[in-house]
Every structure is written in structure tokens, then in C-alpha cells.
Design a protein around this ligand. Sequence first.
Ligand SMILES: Cc1cc2nc3c(=O)[nH]c(=O)nc-3n(C[C@H](O)[C@H](O)[C@H](O)COP(=O)(O)OP(=O)(O)OC[C@H]3O[C@@H](n4cnc5c(N)ncnc54)[C@H](O)[C@@H]3O)c2cc1C
Length: 396
Amino acid sequence: MTSKLFLRPALALISVLSTSKATLLNPDKNFPLNKLLRWTVYNHFCAGTNSKEVSKTVADVKKIGYQGVILGYSKEIVLDHNEKLVVDESGSAKYSDRCYEMVEEWKNGTLETLRMVGPGDFLAVKLTGAGPIAVDAMAARQPMPEAMAKAVDEICIATEKQGSRLWLDAEQQVLQKGLDNWALETMREHNKAENPIVYNTIQAYLKGSNANLDRHLTLAAEEGWTLGIKLVRGAYIEHETRSLIHDTQKDTDQSYDLIADTLLCRRMPADNDTLPFPKAALFLATHNAASAAKAISTYQERLLANKPTITLECGQIQGMADELSCQLVQNYERALEQSSAANLTVPKAFKCMTWGSVAECMGYLHRRAIENRGAVERTQHMVTALRRELWRRIIG
Ligand SMILES: Cc1cc2nc3c(=O)[nH]c(=O)nc-3n(C[C@H](O)[C@H](O)[C@H](O)COP(=O)(O)OP(=O)(O)OC[C@H]3O[C@@H](n4cnc5c(N)ncnc54)[C@H](O)[C@@H]3O)c2cc1C
């Protein structure tokens, strides 16, 4: 991965494999290709193809010391365009039965994923996976269609019953405004206890992210529900209207750190600062060690000075930024040796993973590779560390 010479053709190959309809290029039908992909990328980045494999991966990750996992289902249900609409007796077009079946299949896949994680873990929910009924309404910024509302409700209730949490993955801007409205509606409905069940995602690379946070804080404070925020930088820079995104990486970094600081220091927006800060929790989803260090040190300083803050948890994607994840695990374990769990001033560390057959995960793998190309190219230090460890084992 450190070699640009190999990385480019490898990305091109994964791109072909994730879109091709040829049987020979389908890893679920071509056994040697399946094996090759498992050895090279799948096993490194994905949790498994079925419940048994996923449970083992989750148990292994927890054995290393992670406090929990976040699990998502990679299957993307693809609808043939001709199947989408049918014409009823009055001559008007409506969604076909197949579209409603897709919502049901998505709900069942999400509930199956939920059963693979335990109390305290997160379920990663991709609302667009439910197909055209969800995507069209989201894009038009309409309220959640009834079929979706019922499915989401069922998923939230099952998540709460199991003692787990869920987060809603953020999408591109054409969908995100609608998705934010749905997320607010879902948090209003289900985040009634001290700790949130549902988290929405804020993308700090957007120029409007701070205003979006203000909106979330104000509504939670006015209406009295608990706010759950997963903070990311944003994954769609290559496909998004560029003017919506901060002009430089430095601006995105500042925006990310400011949003984390606002939440950890419990600052209400200036024009609503008479409202009390709502109950809230922050999940810091990043591979950026500097951002993680800043947020954690603010969190610790406030706890040690007996100043109020909010619950902080951190997580990275499986197969990525292991050096940061392992440092977080180590800090947590050290702190636990010196103090009781109730008095800890370090956040819990999580690993975020996806499951599905090798073919189902190709799209996910391709997106992750593109999105993290910069980080992948900065992995020279990992090769050096691996070479050193290999040598230590040979001579030791
Ligand atoms: C657990 C987890 C869950 C995630 N879930 C989601 C999700 O639901 N939705 C989503 O969109 N993303 C998601 N991501 C991906 C995330 O948005 C980032 O793409 C990825 O984590 C890389 O950013 P980073 O914070 O790790 O830091 P870095 O690798 O230091 O930062 C890279 C990021 O900086 C930004 N950036 C890069 N160049 C520029 C530039 N020239 N100008 C402005 N900004 C720039 C981009 O956002 C880029 O992704 C998730 C990441 C993690 C770890």
C-alpha cells in the first residue's frame, strides 16, 4: 500500500470488481478470486461473511482491549429502474411492491446486523440502503415515508432493548439535509433517557457544519431530548459541490476541532445562550491523531478540574489507523489500572467494521480506499514497523 506504483492499479482493479456484472469477476462465484481478495484486502478491512465469522471478529477485537465495536451491513440492494414505478387504476404512478420489499429487506438485514453486536456496541445504519422510497423522499426533504418510519422505529426499539446504540451514517449533500431532518425526528422520538440511543453524523468539512451543530443543540435544548453526535470530517469531497466544503484541509481541521470543543465545553450557540445545554454525547470518528489528542485533552482537563463536559467515545475503521486505536486502548487500560471505571478520564475506544460477502463488500472497500488514499499513501511508517517486528521475531 505504501507504493504509489502498486496502489493505482490496485484501486483500478477494485473499482472494476465492484461494478462488473461478469460472473468471472464476481468474487462470490469465482473461488480463486475470492481467496485472493480475502488474503489481500477483505480479511484486513471486513468483519466476515456471516454471523459466525462476524461474531469471531467482534470477539477478537474486544479481546485486544477495545471497549466495543460499530457494525454495519455492506449489502447494497440494487433496483432495476424498470421495477421502480407502476401505474395504478387512476393512471397515476406509484412505487412498485418491489420498492416496499426493499425497505423490508433492508430492515431485516439491519436487525440481523444488530444481533451480531452486544450491549454498549453501535449499529451503523445507512438509510439510503432502503432503496428509492427512502432516497427520493430524503432528496426532496420530505418527512419520512410511513414504511420507512415504521422500519426505523422497529430498529430503534430493538437497539434500545438490546442495550446497544445506533448511528445514522452521513451522505452527500443532496441527501444530507433531508437525512438531518429524519435524524432529528428519530432522536426526538427515541433519545428520552440520559444517554442517547440514536446519533446523527455531522461532517466538519462542510462550511455549514457549525450552523448545523447549532441547530441540533438548540432543538435538543428547547425540546428536552438527548443529543447524540458522531463527528467526522466527511467522505465525499471528490463528488460534492466543492464550494460547500472548506477551502483547505487546514480549515476542515479547525472546523472539526472547534465542533468537538463546543460540545465538550458545553457551549450553546451565541443567539440561544440563555437555553440550558442539553444532555449530549459525542463520538469522535477520526483517524487524525492530532484531532483525537486535542479533544481528549480538553475532556480530561475538564473532568480533572470538575468542570461539566459530555460523554466522549472514539473510534476508527477496522484495518485503519491501528496505531491510534491501540494507543487509545492502551491509555484506557492504564487509566483503569489506576482508577475505577466510574472515575475514568479517558474515552472508550471502538473499531468500526462492516460485514457481507466478498462481492457485497467490494463497493465499501473501493469507497474506503478512495476516501483514505492520502492516509494509505502515508503508511510508510507501518512498513518500517512491520519490517522491524518481523526481524525481531526472526532473530528472537
Ligand atoms: C468510525 C468512522 C465512521 C465514519 N462514518 C462516516 C460517515 O457516516 N459519513 C462520512 O461522510 N464519512 C464517514 N467517515 C469518514 C470520514 O468522514 C473521513 O473521510 C475519514 O475519516 C478521514 O478523515 P479523518 O478525520 O480521519 O482525518 P484526515 O485523514 O486527517 O483528513 C482527511 C479528510 O480531510 C478533509 N479534507 C481533505 N482535503 C481537504 C481539502 N483540500 N479541503 C477541505 N477538506 C479536506 C476530507 O474530509 C478528508 O476525508 C467515517 C470515519 C470513521 C473513522
